[in-house]
Write a protein that binds this ligand. Structure first.
Ligand code: HPA
Length: 284
């Protein structure tokens, strides 16, 4: 029997291919604060998510939804301006559909960004954090259900989800540009409520440095498909109990907007340095 998740993916791919034959090398998910990134791109084509039948469309304010296909210098890139979150009520397979689709369109590298609460030692609101690993055990696994063999194996290895090569490039860009870059483990929770101080203390004990409501599900699905992945969080606030002010969405948005220029610089310069030569081809 046909797998309905895979069928939907193929349908979305075909819908995109009717509009553009652009084949991106790098896929970038723009989190809060990175909206202006698209200004750096020589745009070839934009496709609203709502024009792709079956594609999940976000309901969160500030998460306008479209794919932007174009060039960052000579790099062929697809950006997601707006993503959907599990807490909006979608099936987890729909939450990761966009990441899977971008791989099917050709992207070999996935750059994930987000706004997150910080709990690492010495973290301050406005910091950027390189994601070195993740904790996924509090969010549903996007690979549950029948394995889609066309995408990847049943039991994928997770020992290096965030590529060491890409991490080194991002560190280098931060160093050379005087951008303060924290590092640590990101944990995805389902949301939409923020965490309680007790939950944050628990997560701190687990070695977590940043918490949020996205990213890990996409990283798991992309890793399943063999993509090279990297991620950077914008620490938009200190996590509950560490900060003594109540958290709110507007504050997160505002802090992310403030950090945007440096965040944009870090992401742009890093992508410029990514090697997108096709490893498979090189081996032949
Ligand atoms: N918790 C969860 N998600 C978030 C936070 C937070 O403190 N800040 C931004 N996204």
């Amino acid at each position: 029997m046909a797998n309905s998740v895979y069928e939907k993916l193929l349908q979305c791919r075909d819908a995109v291919r009717k509009v553009t034959d652009f084949v991106p090398d790098v896929a970038l998910v723009l989190g809060s604060g990175l909206g202006a990134f698209a200004d750096n791109i020589r745009i070839e084509k934009e496709i609203s998510y709502s024009d792709i039948p079956g594609f999940p469309v976000s309901t969160v304010p500030g998460h306008a939804g479209k794919f932007i296909f174009g060039y960052l210098d000579d790099k062929k890139i697809v950006c997601m301006k707006g993503r959907v979150h599990f807490y909006e009520g979608y099936d987890i397979s729909d939450v990761v559909l966009p990441a899977r689709l971008m791989k099917m369109l050709g992207a070999k590298i996935l750059f994930l960004t987000n706004a997150a609460g910080g709990l690492g030692d010495g973290f301050a609101a406005g910091d950027l954090m390189l994601i070195t690993d993740h904790v996924s055990i509090f969010a549903p696994n996007p690979l549950k259900g029948a394995n889609i063999d066309e995408l990847g194996p049943r039991f994928p290895d997770m020992s290096e989800v965030y590529s060491r090569d890409l991490q080194d490039i991002i560190r280098g860009v931060a160093r050379e540009n005087g951008i303060r870059l924290q590092e640590g483990v990101y944990c995805q929770l389902t949301g939409p409520s923020f965490e309680s101080p007790a939950e944050i203390r628990l997560l701190k004990g687990l070695g977590v440095s940043a918490v949020g409501m996205s990213t890990v599900n996409e990283a798991i699905a992309a890793n399943h498909m063999g993509m090279k992945i990297c991620g950077v969080s914008c620490i938009s606030n200190l996590a509950a109990g560490i900060s003594d002010v109540p958290l709110c969405h507007e504050e997160v948005q505002e802090a992310a907007d403030k950090a945007a220029p440096l965040f944009t610089k870090l992401v742009t310069e890093s992508i410029r340095r990514f090697d997108v030569s096709d490893q498979e081809e090189n081996r032949l």
